[in-house]
Design a protein around this ligand. Structure first.
Ligand code: FAD
Length: 554
């Protein structure tokens, strides 16, 4: 570990000592039992100690080590086992299954920590001269196998952790642009911006453990993207180190010099070079920030309301709605005394029953507002009318503020589930509005059919997470009750069925998680064989020696 560069657990999400607990949420264990038949209150075996792993030895040559140490200093060239394991995987459920069971495959031989742009340039040239493989590393939070070296990679593999490059370098207050180093983690970046009255407004669920460079390299989206844009909108310029050259794209509001090189770098997952800094849109911190909760009689009503909200004059920062099962999950996951828990109170249920709603079908929604008090009041008025038009009702801002406080704790639940033999993961897609209901219905049905066919219990639920003029992103969470040694195969089956359903129902292979190796098999369906041909030509042209994170995307 390097001072000042934080590192996640080798076996799971986030920091050591932090975990999900169910004891204060009395409805959660019965919910899981009902959905997938698993008793989460039963004792569990602890994760085996790191010392039980059989870590393959580093193959770093003395010559490359000497070159790297001369560029970076010996302290920033690490070959210890735990550092190599942490840098060898992302945080997809497949990664967690593998690392927990000691199937480590081809780990990086060395992890290096450059502190400056010049060091990145020199180390890239040194590694390429030695015909090594370079894999940039941000927070290691991707879930698409974007960091793993090929199992049969015979060359030396160098993981480049950008964590020391973590400063907001400059704010152009006239233009609303900030120049920021790529290795900065979300909270550190926002703290630096907020100290000067600015925010970037990009908040993925993985915010605490992901970096600016990683967001750009995977085309990330955040929960406030409806207002601030996806990272593809936010990132206006950047610097990227390539073998023997440096790409510099100035920050520009827009340009007609195409094909857009900026767009080629966005989502390039380390295949074109190492992003060292970026120019991003930043905004003054809004005076008011509020999340309101609403209920709809059905998910379909909620979807229609979200479409109308995005078409209205209310430029909300977030509008999400959960389907019936996800709504039940959220309510079961609320603490007994909390405002989320109280949503399932008898009083609210009574109102819903009076309205003739089926409690098994209700859909919960959060809508976020930001700006001056007058602006927020105006937006809330517009949204209330839309909600009512679609048969919904508001339940105030209490549940929303609780959701806001707890949103970054949610990822810990996946490790808790895995400890109990429940393999849980997510898949997300975007479609035009015309197919929004269809893709939801058909994907849920395809998953359930697949689980029935193999006789494994599983549950899938979904929320609309981002809205656009022409369509929306829907985010599916699925959990499979399989603690057998075949759990990874069962997961593969479920994941394949869901991804194929996206393709069959006018969706994209992914809306914001990127491609990696996980989604690569669907690329020709996603962008057509000709699109893959163009991408291949780009990668071959820029990186003829296949030194830059080979095997990702295509
Ligand atoms: P890493 O995982 O370290 O790397 C991802 C890819 O980018 C790799 O190919 C890597 O080589 C490349 N890369 C990293 N840094 C650079 C660089 N400086 N230059 C060039 N290439 C680089 N994603 C979202 O968009 N929105 C979400 O809400 C969201 N929620 C998540 C919740 C959980 C629980 C988890 C596990 C993941 C979630 N993700 C989400 C996915 C993930 O956090 C994103 O893909 C994120 O952008 C990855 O950033 P990172 O810094 O961790 O990158």
């Amino acid at each position: 570990m390097i001072d000042g560069v934080k590192q996640q657990k080798w076996w799971g999400w986030g920091e050591e000592g932090k975990a999900y607990h169910h004891e204060d949420k009395p409805k959660f264990a019965p919910f899981v039992k009902k959905m997938v038949g698993v008793d989460i209150t039963a004792p569990v075996a602890p994760v085996p100690p790191f010392s039980s792993l059989d870590v393959p030895a580093s193959r770093l040559s003395d010559a490359l080590r000497a070159d790297l140490e001369s560029v970076l200093g010996a302290g920033f060239v690490q070959t210890d086992d735990e550092t190599r394991v942490v840098h060898g995987f992302g945080k997809g459920v497949r990664d967690l299954l593998r690392v927990r069971s000691g199937r480590l495959s081809r780990l990086p031989d060395v992890v290096v920590y450059p502190g400056t742009q010049q060091e990145v340039e020199r180390l890239v040239d040194a590694v390429v001269a030695a015909d090594g493989v370079l894999i940039p590393f941000g927070g290691g939070s991707n879930i698409v196998a974007a960091l793993e070296a090929k199992p049969d990679e015979h060359r030396q593999v160098v993981s480049v952790n950008l964590g020391r490059m973590n400063k907001v370098l400059e704010i152009d207050e006239v233009s609303g642009l900030a120049h920021i180093e790529a290795g900065v983690f979300g909270p550190d970046m926002e703290d630096q911006l907020r100290a000067r009255g600015w925010t970037m407004g990009h908040h993925p669920d993985s915010f605490v453990w992901s970096t600016l460079g990683g967001w750009i390299a995977t085309r990330s989206s955040g929960m406030q993207s409806d207002k601030y844009g996806d990272i593809a909108d936010i990132c206006r310029g950047l610097t990227m180190v390539m073998p023997g050259r440096v790409l510099t794209l100035r920050p520009l509001p827009s340009t007609s010099s195409g094909p857009s090189v900026r767009e080629m770098v966005l989502g390039s997952e380390g295949r074109l070079g190492i992003i060292t800094s970026a120019w991003v849109n930043v905004h003054r911190i809004p005076e008011v920030r509020e999340l309101q909760a609403y209920f709809f009689p059905t998910y379909e009503d909620g979807l229609k309301a979200c479409q109308e909200i995005v078409e209205s004059d209310a430029a909300v920062m977030m509008a999400r709605v959960s389907d019936a099962i996800e709504t039940q999950y959220i309510m079961a996951n609320g603490k007994k005394s909390s405002r989320l828990g109280s949503l399932s109170s008898k009083a609210i249920q009574k109102i819903m029953l009076q309205k003739g709603w089926d409690l098994e079908k209700i859909a919960m929604s959060f809508v976020g507002f930001e700006g001056s008090p007058t602006h927020v009041r105006y937006e809330k008025g517009l949204v209330s009318k839309i909600v009512r038009r679609h048969g919904g009702m508001g339940v105030g801002k209490g549940p929303g503020s609780l959701y806001d406080q707890k949103k970054y704790d949610t990822p810990y639940i996946r490790d808790f589930m895995l400890d109990r033999g429940l393999v849980a993961d997510v898949s997300e897609t975007s479609t035009p509005w015309a197919y929004a209901e269809q893709i939801h219905t058909n994907t849920v049905a395809a998953f359930q059919r697949a689980m029935d066919e193999i006789g494994v219990r599983g549950v899938v639920f979904c929320h609309l997470s981002h809205s656009y003029h022409s369509g929306a992103c829907q985010y599916f969470t699925f959990a499979i009750a399989d603690s057998s040694p075949d759990a990874e195969k069962t997961y593969d089956h479920a994941k394949r069925v869901i991804q194929q359903s996206f393709m069959d129902n006018h969706g994209t292979v992914s809306h914001h998680h990127g491609v990696g190796e996980e989604h690569s098999p669907w690329m020709d369906q996603d962008i057509s064989p000709a699109g893959v041909f163009i991408q291949q030509a780009l990668f071959d042209g820029v990186d003829p020696g296949r030194n830059l994170n080979p095997g990702k995307i295509i």
